[in-house]
Each structure stands twice: as C-alpha cells, then as structure tokens.
Ligand binder design. Structure first.
Ligand code: TRP
Length: 332
C-alpha cells in the first residue's frame, strides 16, 4: 500500500495543526509501514503560488513545514519526505495531464469557485491547481490519498484524469482511492472557543503555537475561558470552553473524552486547566526541541531535503518517462 499526502506550507503552526495534521501524518506513516507499504509526504510549495503570496513567507513556511514534519515524528529514513519544487517531475507531469483534463471539469471545482471569488486577481494557476495535485498523486503510483472533505473532489478528479489517460494511451497510471483520515479534534481558540485555533484570526492569547515555550503555554491554559459552572463535562453547545479543553486533553494524552470527564469529576476547573496545560507542554516540548535543532542547522536540513527529493525522484521519474513515451514523445 502506498500512501501520498501533500501538505500545504503555511504560517505559524498551532496545536490545531498538530491535532488535525501532524498527528495524522504519523498515524498514516505507521499504518502504511505496518501494512508493508510506504508513505510519501510532500510539502507542496508549488501550490502556494496559486493565491497571493510573499516570497519571504513562502521560503520560511517551506523550511518550517518540512522541519515540523520531521520534528513531530515522520521518519525520513522510513518514509519519503520532500519538497515538491525539488522534484521537477511534478510540474512536468501536470503539463502532460493537462491534455486529459477538461476546462469544464476544472470549472466545477468548488475550491476554485470559492477562492476565485475572494480575489481581484485570479491566477491561472488557481484554475489548474487540481492538475498539479493529480500529478503529485499519480507520479507515485499511489493507492491511497488520505484527505479531508474539502479535498475529496480533487482526488475524484485525479481518478478521472488517471482513467482517461489509461484509456487514451494504455494502462499507465494507478487509479488512487480517497480515504477520510480519522477526524482529529478541531481545536478551538482558548479565549474564543467558538472559533478554530488559528494564527490569522482570534485572540493571540488563546492560540497555542507549537513554538511557544512551556511557560507561555501554561499561562495560556491557566487563562483559558471556561464558564460559571464547575463541572468538567463535554457539552460543546453550553460549555464550549471546557469542552474544547476536554478534547485537547483527549487528543494530547490519547484517551477518550468520557475518560477525561470521569477523571476530573468534581475536580474543578482550576486543577483541570493546569493539568491540560501540563499535558500539552509534555507533548510539545520534545517536538519544539527537535524543531529548533533542525532549524539551527540549515545545512543539515537541506541535506534531509535533498535525500528526500532524490528518493522521490527515483519513483516519480520512471512514471514520468512512461507518460512521455506512451504519449508519443520521442525523448532526448
Ligand atoms: N490541495 C491539498 C490541500 O489544500 C494539498 C495537496 C497538494 C495534496 N497535493 C496533494 C493533498 C496531493 C493530497 C495529495 O490541502
């Protein structure tokens, strides 16, 4: 079983990115390896230029996105971790796949429609984004693509593109399956538990960043918003703040929500908040230390990137060659 995941490089990482992202990547890796397969993790920097972007920010978020994958446990020795722009087969394959993708299909993509509406300047790349994503997936003979609902349509399109290519040029590409990853808790802002934890919106004091030092994290949990009651009970409607803390505790310590509830039955909010903070500190500290190490030595980080892209190219290039050949290119 071969699993492929593309990870968008974006700003500061939060506890929400851990819960919904890094934690899942690790699980994917372990499942793939246990099944005798392998996992590919690709920081999709080429996708970042399809909406407005700043060069310095792209550079920083690519380096940090790559470093966080490894810092949180993806093993570059057993999985393939790389940066999309380091493997030129991706944009090349996307160009070839453009021949078997229709304008009509791309126009139907809801992500395109939504994003195009938000912008004055709609880049052509935003329209062809799904073709590059199809290339990412198809170059690796991927069996399984774990994506959330927002990306399902893109993977369905990838299947159609692969089938059309195979029909037109002969059996060449593996048709991948979508798989919904196990839904991670949607971590909310500790100060405004009705909105998701994000560095771009909401009270900064309620945002736990993965680079926050322990004391900053402890303080953020101590000052987390709760309610006037005192029961540690999961009730997202009536007790959004406490419910968020319970979910965080469950994710971070790997126990169920009801187990957290019963453990803190009658304990009061003060103790509970302190314990959640401490659990988060214990989880994030080794990640942050590893991250700092990786970022302190850019040469070493770049060696890991190079190692990853060489491994990736070793799989992608033969697929690309086959595509060229089947399509009738004479080759150099
Ligand atoms: N489009 C995906 C997202 O926005 C990122 C992505 C790019 C991806 N290429 C991929 C995901 C290939 C899975 C497989 O999150």
């Amino acid at each position: 079983m071969r699993v492929f995941s593309g990870i968008r490089a974006s700003g500061d990482k939060t506890l929400g990115n851990y819960s919904g992202g890094y934690r899942q990547y690790l699980q994917m890796q372990d499942e793939a390896l246990a099944a005798g397969g392998e996992a590919f993790f690709c920081v999709v920097d080429l996708h970042s230029i399809t909406t407005p972007f700043e060069p310095e920010v792209l550079r920083e978020s690519t380096l940090s996105g790559f470093a966080w994958l490894i810092a949180t446990g993806v093993d570059p020795g057993r999985s393939t971790v790389f940066v999309q722009s380091h493997v030129p087969a991706h944009p090349e394959a996307a160009w070839l796949l453009g021949a078997v993708t229709s304008m009509g299909e791309l126009r139907r993509m809801t992500q395109f429609k939504d994003r195009a509406e938000e912008q004055d300047f709609v880049a052509a790349g935003l329209f062809t984004y799904p073709v590059l994503m199809a290339a990412d997936i198809l170059l690796y003979n991927t069996d399984v693509v774990p994506v959330g609902d927002d990306q399902r349509q893109h993977v369905e399109l990838t299947r159609d593109i692969a089938e059309r290519f195979n029909q037109r040029f002969g059996e060449t590409l593996v048709v991948p399956r979508v798989r919904n990853p196990q839904e991670g808790a949607r971590v909310k802002n500790l100060q405004e538990p009705d909105r998701l934890m994000s560095t771009t919106r909401g009270a900064p004091q309620g945002v736990v960043r993965m680079i926050d030092p322990p004391d900053v994290i402890r303080k953020k949990f101590k000052t987390a918003v709760t309610d006037s009651g005192r029961e540690v009970k999961h009730d997202p409607e009536e007790k959004a703040g406490v419910s968020n803390l319970i979910e965080i505790m469950a994710v971070v310590t790997g126990v169920s929500i009801s187990e957290v509830e019963s453990r803190y039955d009658g304990a009061g909010y003060g103790q509970f908040k302190e314990d959640v903070g401490e659990a988060v500190v214990s989880l994030l500290t080794p990640f942050r230390e590893r991250y700092d190490e990786l970022r302190a030595d850019e040469a070493a980080l770049r060696r890991l990137m190079k190692q990853g892209s060489e491994k990736a190219a070793g799989v992608a290039n033969p697929t690309l060659e086959r595509m060229y050949e089947r399509m009738g290119f004479v080759g150099a």
